[in-house]
Ligand binder design. Sequence first.
Ligand code: ATP
Length: 137
Amino acid sequence: MERTFIILKPDALESKNAGNILARIEAEGFRVLGLKLIQMSADDAGRFYAVHKERPFYGDLCKYMSSGPVIVAALEAAGAVQKWRDLIGATDPAQAAPNTIRKLYAKSKEANAVHGSDSVENAKIEIAFFFSERELV
Ligand code: ATP
């Protein structure tokens, strides 16, 4: 079964929407393989977002993602990568479709509630970045 990797970002926890988002994950039929609350260091965030190194928002993004606790999780479903991306909506909540997670809960382009892997290949890399095999059930 396909896997994806997700993050509930600092704004989602700050606004106390983590429970709502986790309820939606269950309601949409994802299986949770692994889940934990962590706070990334700026160095963790820098390595996780290394693909965005050349983008102008990279420094701010790393600072933001290490500014407070986040929940990281590995999910499984048929077509999990695209299924999650459809459910979260566009990067900018102003552009996100009605009832998507970002439309409902995101504050801005940066503080946009959630992350999702953009490919099956990257999902594998991102899951391995945060979870050992023992932590996946
Ligand atoms: P993610 O990879 O987090 O699922 P995405 O694929 O929708 O998001 P990317 O273009 O890969 O978006 O950007 C990664 C993250 O960087 C975004 O989720 C957002 O938090 C931040 N970001 C993207 N564009 C901007 C921007 N113009 N200004 C500030 N932050 C941005």
